[in-house]
Design a protein. Structure first.
Length: 259
């Protein structure tokens, strides 16, 4: 029980830092300097006003100084990160694999919220994710279902190429059909990063699962806002988690037998 509590608390703390990344990275601001401050009045936030989840409630979603509204995105990211840390801890236990996949999920959270607001996925997340995925696969070959480091590195590289390559090709086809850009370069690099962590089989499943969510949400957005462009990063991220945790179950459902 103590392990679950610590995982949740650590996730909330990390989520607070991810909020900094989500706000500052698309604005090309440093994520380390200056310290946490109110975007409206620019005053530095007291440490006791920066406690994940609790401070938002205590301050009643208002800045202590200027009373500007604090976005609900902040506690949402903190709670989501805390819950995912708890989920990953329960699944992987206290292990080096846990660390590797927590790095992945943090990147997915940051890319998701940045893509929703700005329609971009920073290279620091996608390209950096490819490099980190390759490194973790070499150091932890069991991530790629092998005990040989160089083989795991090869499988990770294949996963990155397959992930980025298949969505790149689909983007070219979409550009030709719709006569405009259909898949952003950030999505291509993000799926390549996912492939570096998950390998080619799981990234293929993620590629085919993502449009199921994208189509449903896209139709809703189209009806409500008439907007035809939707952020695709969130659906790739969700599909990656489904593929990571339930790959065998989903494949079993598709082919009608256990794997």
């Amino acid at each position: 029980m103590m392990g679950q509590i610590l995982a949740f608390v650590l996730g909330a703390i990390v989520g607070s830092f991810l909020n900094v990344c989500i706000y500052r990275m698309p604005r090309s601001e440093s994520i380390s300097h200056p310290g946490s401050h109110c975007p409206a009045c620019k005053k530095l936030i007291f440490w006791h006003d920066n406690i994940p989840l609790l401070s938002f409630l205590i301050l009643k979603a208002r800045c202590r100084f200027c009373k500007a509204a604090i976005s609900w995105q902040y506690p949402l990211v903190e709670l989501l990160t805390a819950l995912l840390f708890l989920l990953f801890y329960n699944y992987f236990g206290l292990s080096w694999q846990l660390l590797a996949y927590l790095v992945l999920v943090c990147g997915l959270i940051v890319s998701t919220f940045i893509d929703i607001e700005h329609r971009i996925i920073p290279d620091e997340i996608s390209v950096g994710g490819i490099a980190v995925g390759l490194l973790f696969s070499f150091l932890l070959p069991e991530m790629q279902n092998t005990a040989v480091p160089w083989r795991a590195l090869l499988f990770s590289l294949i996963g990155a190429v397959v992930g980025g390559g298949i969505i790149f090709i689909m983007g070219l086809i979409g550009d030709w059909i719709f006569k405009k850009e259909s898949i952003g370069g950030g999505d291509v690099k993000l799926l390549a990063a996912i492939g570096a962590f998950l390998g080619w089989q799981k990234v293929l499943l993620a590629f085919f699962v993502a449009p199921l969510f994208g189509a449903i949400i896209g139709i809703i957005i189209k009806i409500k806002t008439k907007e035809s462009i939707i952020p695709y990063g969130p659906f790739l991220s969700l599909a990656a988690l489904i593929s990571l945790f339930w790959f065998r179950q989903v494949i079993g459902m598709i082919f009608g037998r256990a794997f």
